[in-house]
Ligand binder design. Structure first.
Ligand SMILES: Cc1ncc(COP(=O)(O)O)c(C=O)c1O
Length: 502
């Protein structure tokens, strides 16, 4: 019997499609199954210790307490935990995650939330203020993204986040294509770098996902897109910018192609929707991506990222109310009454919509422009710092989401060395790299310099001890290269099981 390493080595040389077919059979071999279960179990034990740091300090509740606890005691213990978890993001050690984070801004949003905590836009008759806020959030976002200049009636809805906005859009195109073109087996054409939410939409809604490659600059390959479109294609997708490498796809060419072929084009501006318009204003080189391009038929833009709202809101926009109608849900024969909802949820937290509106109107155009200026200046310093380290290179030519890799060193070991210095960066693969998504947290004095100094020290540390034991590097390396993707998927499911352990 060959060792697992030999089997892995052999599998990496085979065609991935063949491996996927072989995997089912391989996993039936008892020795292979036992080895996989053993390795997954060992990994989960290590991760469980990191994921459940309070186990030894606090009771693990498995039942409702017989009597309710005192609110002041509950608040005290919850405050203690939050205090322990705040430093890393507040001080700018975390990639993305918290996009604003100033105490006065947070306190203000919390006040607005508290004022509206009982509201639910499902009952628009009870809380018309919330539907006013939601309509205005959509209108303001549409105007910012070329809505007025487009000459069309750009409309949309609120959702709970980028993933929901993307999924709503894909469902909308599926239903439109079914109704207007009779397409029963729909396909969507999506760059490999587009967010995983497109995979989720494909899985949930039975749409075939056709992934297209990107060029050396990490931008979608337009010729590949043209080839991938078939009679069943319902939508072509581009990112502005993409999550992994922060590059804006060639949206002008792609949306033009979509227009010519009579299909929808979705710009995923979840990350860039509230940055790119202001970056353009400031004179940065921003490729066209919004409704000023006639082929763009929908855009997702996250208010809960660079819109500086609290977590839990995003905007999905459409070129025209006819398209938006395919997103809506109605039921007319339910004994519970006439039912309708614009997005996936039924009841929704109106307080989040109110806080989102409040964040937008207090920030204003000047506030977004200034925030963008700070972010892009910070990113410029960080990019220069990375470029000055000979062992590292930056993928593409990004504005503020900066992915870097190394040809000489294991980039995941460099990430581990950064983790030991307090940084929480994102490990990416295909190709192996790490990114920092710059937010307002990183614009604080000293943060950019500290990042560059720590990165220099981390590279030096790995140069001196390239094979040092421990850390997450072997796990990332394995997850990136293991040909048995079903095994990797099962590891991720085991991880989610751990999250729900008390
Ligand atoms: C480009 C892009 N699209 C979609 C999403 C998904 O957003 P969310 O995590 O809010 O669902 C993200 C998240 O980072 C993103 O960067």
């Amino acid at each position: 019997m060959p060792s697992m390493d030999q089997v892995t080595d052999l599998l990496t040389r085979l065609n991935p499609r063949l491996v996927a077919r072989l995997e089912k059979h391989l996993r039936k071999i008892p020795a292979v199954r036992a080895k996989i279960e053993q390795d997954t179990g060992d990994l989960m034990q290590t991760l469980e210790k990191e994921l459940k740091p309070y186990r030894d300090e606090l009771p693990r509740l498995q039942h409702l307490p017989a009597e309710g606890q005192q609110p002041e005691n509950v608040l005290e213990s919850m405050t203690a935990l939050q205090n322990r978890e705040t430093d890393s993001w507040r001080d700018g050690f975390v990639s993305g995650a918290v996009y604003h984070g100033d105490t006065t801004h947070i306190d203000f949003l919390n006040q607005v939330y508290a004022l509206h905590s009982q509201t639910n836009p499902l009952h628009a008759d009870v809380w018309p203020s919330i539907s006013k806020y939601e309509a205005e959030i959509v209108a303001m976002t549409a105007a910012m993204l070329g809505g007025e200049a487009s000459g069309d009636d750009i409309c949309g809805t609120l959702s709970s986040g980028g993933t929901e906005s993307i999924m709503l859009a894909m469902k909308t195109y599926r239903d439109q294509a079914r109704a207007e073109r009779g397409i029963r087996r729909p396909e969507m054409v999506v760059p490999v770098t587009a967010h995983a939410a497109f995979d989720k939409a494909a899985q949930y809604f039975g749409i075939k996902l056709v992934r297209i490659p990107v060029d050396q600059n990490c931008r979608a390959d337009v010729r590949a897109a043209a080839k991938a479109i078939t009679r069943r294609t319902i939508v072509l997708v581009g990112s502005a910018p993409s999550f992994p490498h922060g590059m804006v796809d060639p949206i002008a060419e792609m949306s033009e192609l979509a227009l010519r072929r009579g299909i929808g084009f979705h710009t995923d501006a979840c990350l860039g929707g509230f940055v790119l318009p202001w970056a353009e204003d400031l004179g940065y080189p921003v490729p066209a991506f919004d409704f000023r391009l006639p082929g763009v038929t929908s855009i997702s833009a996250d208010t809960h990222k660079y819109g500086y709202a609290a977590k839990g809101t995003s905007v999905i926009l459409y070129r025209g109310p006819e398209l938006r109608r395919y997103q809506y849900f109605t039921v007319t024969d339910w004994p519970g009454g006439l039912y309708f909802s614009p997005s996936f949820a039924g009841s929704r937290p109106g307080a989040l919509s109110a806080a989102c509106w409040a964040a937008m109107v207090t920030t204003g155009q000047a506030g977004y422009r200034e925030a963008t200026r700070h972010i892009l200046e910070t990113a410029d310093t960080i990019k220069a710092g990375i470029r000055a380290i000979p062992e590292l290179f930056i993928l593409g030519d990004p504005l503020w989401v900066i992915a870097f890799g190394s040809r000489q060193m294991d980039i995941y070991r460099i990430m581990d060395a950064m983790t030991r210095r307090g940084w929480s960066l994102n490990g990416l693969h295909r190709p192996s790299c790490v990114h920092l998504c710059v937010t307002l947290r990183h614009t604080q004095p000293g943060v950019r310099e500290r990042f560059v100094e720590d990165l220099q020290a981390a590279v030096e540390e790995v140069r001196r001890a390239p094979e040092a034991e421990g850390g997450m590097a072997p796990v990332y390396g394995m997850a990136a290269t293991l040909p048995l993707r079903g095994v990797v998927s099962n590891i991720l499911k085991a991880y989610m099981d751990v999250l729900y352990k008390t």
